[in-house]
Design a protein around this ligand. Sequence first.
Ligand SMILES: [Zn+2]
Length: 399
Amino acid sequence: MYTVHSTIHRFSANLMFDGKRFVNDKTLITDSKGKILDLIPSVDAGEDVRFLEGILCPGFINAHCHLELSHLKDKIPMHTGLIDFLMTVMQSRNENDPEEIIAFSQKANREMADNGIMAVGDISNNTGSIPVKKNSDLYYHTFVEATGFLDFNARERFAYMKRIHQDFMNNGLTASLVPHAPYSVSHSLFQLINDVSQKDIISIHNQECEEENTMYETGKSNFKRLYDNLGMDISGFRHTGKSSLKSWFPYFNMQHPIILVHNTFTDESDIAFVNESGHSAFWCLCPNANAYIENRMPPVEWLLKRGAKIVLGTDSLASNHQLSILEEIKTLLKHFPDIPLEKMLSWATLNGAQALQCEDKYGSFEKGRTPGIIHIFPSGKNAGGEIKLSETAKVERLK
Ligand SMILES: [Zn+2]
């Protein structure tokens, strides 16, 4: 029994989600800073319990974002497909001056905090987001993203990204060096990234459009438009006759933990291929960005069938109307109404924290953690006893 004490807070709700599952009739006990002291049966909780209508849940984890593209909100047309999307982003991303870009990133950082997000896996191509991340209450793991599809200057590209990576580390931020995508990273650059460290988390945009598979399978694809646009001669590219995933995945031969992002055109055999590799793999779904760019949903049923670990991401404001994990969940529920909310909340919390290797602090209501406590409302059970989320549900941060 916890006695009444000013530094102790007690929270209860009609639905309590602990990071893995809904638990019944429990009261959450925290200190004044939100550290979890206990999750105990409500009958033992004593006085002064704050009861909330709706769901209490650990803070959300956004496993994939690009803060530095926040100034592109509402600037990139929808449903163009990935190749045109990329060309427009490349054209527009430097139109604002650096101070404006920082101001937009700061606003995006606040938006995520307001939407109950506590930790973010954020892609960076430059050092522009350092001031925002350094002063943020959110935890950021930065994925410093290497690009370079031509083999001859792989070492140069790699050295450049390493300097950016070092800048993040020098500022006390967690970061790892990662490849951008199978259509933008050369054979040598993949090898250099693989060699860096087997403990670093790898994140990669995977199978975000059909053309990516076609390019690896046949050697010919619409990506030629992108390379021509960039003045690149890619005649040195050798196709493998396999899907994109089966072509790039074997570069990582040191058991790095890997976050595969998007997977919109991943098939069941690709998922099996990753399972057989023995890697700790997380499949990051960004359904609102997929709807924005390709107007298509990722293969959630196949991932579930194959026991894949799923996490959620918002992608950037260049391809999303907001940075909200709750909105990603609502979109998934709309397209996959048979998947229980409980599963999706675990993707949004503990799985995400495990993917970003910050589960010692975030993603669950385990004792000693400070995951952030969020309240999702309105939500409740329907007549059949199923837990449902209202389409207009909102989230607020309590601690
Ligand atoms: Zn992305």
